[in-house]
Design a protein around this ligand. Structure first.
Ligand SMILES: O=P(O)(O)OC[C@H]1O[C@](O)(CO)[C@@H](O)[C@@H]1O
Length: 430
């Protein structure tokens, strides 16, 4: 994996940063790296996430899921970091096993999925670090009833990934369900390289060892200089640009297989860095599709965006047949991959020409190793950015207000937040 910062420099993009600025920032990167390494060595909350390539035991994951022979589908019931990491992996990789994620409580979507499944050959993976997340528990109860209605012994088809305490741990103990622990000191959005993200991938037959090897390769590249570490290069320039008012970051992979990765990145970046009035808003985009949509805004809208372009340098390809269609003959005889690459390079140049800084991230392939590299590098980039911005990267207190309000509305306790909902300001236009 490599990161190309060329179009971040002010010699390429009008709203970029100078090479001198990056070199001055590098001194702070060294200090941040030292802090990160001390946190890792001490197993401190959050920093422990960057130890996962070495602390995760893939054999234990394979052993826990080995009892489920030959599932037709795996349904992961979880939300946020308890679903998005696993989904990033299984949505990016091909498998004979269908992987689905119940990470929302849209009744029509839940019913549509459950009606489509052969529940007798489906494995249900219930994932929640806290074991108290309303959406996850509600969905699990619905899935449990659907399995009973289908005459399926739900306890036979279910395993649990959760913390040492909580409702899910109690459920696993009560029904002697196979279970996996969630690693201590690792917030959900940083847990893809652990049991949380790898169990579903293992059930789908993916090489989870290769995911960890790719992650370890990027872990080995962490250094006291942004010029020696792809992860820190990305984290440092993202921070430097945000400091200059570029407070949006459009994650734009040129690979359909990485579309879910952008969702995972959005939680990682937003929930980690959105603190104390600071942060950089992650936008989700997809190349080449969003050249025909959001690119207008990126090039001609407010000068407040970094665009992150991701591609694999090796992929399957499809030839474009020869054609005599007016104006399109140039496409004939080339390939979709050549067209995608040309559009990738044209878009990054068009962004620079419009003064919009952009970073190129290139993987060899979107395979288990490449995904491990990308995921780990983004996590390390996020941790570095948080150090440079002096925010508390590993907590997410702002998400609790809405949870209390919803719980109050549902009669789960007396919460002043629920009162605030009742007092909503209204100006209805019909
Ligand atoms: O794994 P849990 O405890 O169910 O949490 C799910 C998600 O909810 C959050 O805690 C936010 O509410 C995320 O940080 C986390 O990934």
């Amino acid at each position: 994996m490599q990161v190309d910062l060329g179009n971040v420099l002010d010699t390429a993009s009008a709203h970029g940063v100078s090479r001198e600025t990056l070199e001055r920032l590098d001194g702070r990167v060294a200090a941040a790296h030292d802090r990160i390494e001390r946190g890792r060595e001490a197993g401190e909350h959050g920093y422990e996430s960057l130890n996962l390539p070495n602390s995760t035991d893939p054999a234990a994951i394979r052993d826990a899921v080995s009892r489920f022979d030959d599932p037709s589908a795996v349904v992961t019931v979880g939300i946020g970091g308890s679903a998005l990491g696993a989904a990033t992996l299984t949505d990016a990789l091909e498998s004979d096993v269908d992987a689905y994620y119940l990470d929302n409580v849209d009744p029509e979507a839940v019913e549509r999925l459950l009606d489509s499944l052969d529940l007798a050959s489906t494995v249900v993976n219930v994932v929640s670090r806290s074991g108290t997340t309303a959406e996850t528990l509600a969905n699990f109860l619905v899935v449990q009833e659907a399995m009973a209605d289908a005459g399926v012994d739900w306890a036979d088809r279910t395993f649990v990934t959760t913390g040492e305490e909580g409702n899910l741990r109690d459920l696993a103990d009560q029904h002697d369900l196979p279970s996996l622990p969630v690693p201590d000191g690792v917030p959900g959005r940083f847990s893809v390289l652990s049991t949380v993200g790898l169990a579903a991938a293992a059930l789908c037959g993916h090489d989870i060892e290769a995911v960890l090897e790719g992650a370890a390769a990027q872990e080995a590249r962490l250094s006291d200089s942004l010029f020696d570490s792809p992860a820190y290069a990305y984290g440092a320039v993202s921070y430097a640009l945000a400091e200059r008012g570029l407070r949006q970051n459009a994650m734009m992979p040129y690979a359909e297989s990485l579309e879910t990765f952008s969702e995972w990145f959005a939680q990682l970046w937003a929930e980690s860095l959105g603190k104390d009035g600071l942060g950089q808003t992650p936008l989700r985009a997809l190349g080449a599709t969003d050249q025909h949509s959001q690119l207008q805004l990126y090039r001609a809208g407010p000068r407040d965006k970094l665009v992150t372009l991701v591609r694999a340098t090796e992929r399957e390809d499809v030839a474009i047949p020869e054609t005599d269609l007016d104006g399109l003959a140039y496409l004939g005889g080339s390939s979709l991959g050549e067209l995608l690459d040309a559009e990738f390079e044209a878009t990054e140049a068009s962004l620079a020409a419009a003064g919009c800084p952009n970073v190129r991230i290139e993987l060899d392939r979107v395979d288990e190793y490449g995904l491990g590299e990308l995921l780990y590098a983004m996590e390390a980039a996020c941790v570095l950015y948080g150090e440079l911005a002096s925010v508390d990267t590993f907590i997410q207190p702002a998400v609790e207000w809405g949870k209390r309000a919803a719980r109050g509305l549902l009669g789960g306790g007396d919460f002043e937040e629920a009162d605030a909902v009742e007092e909503k300001s209204r100006l209805v236009v019909e």
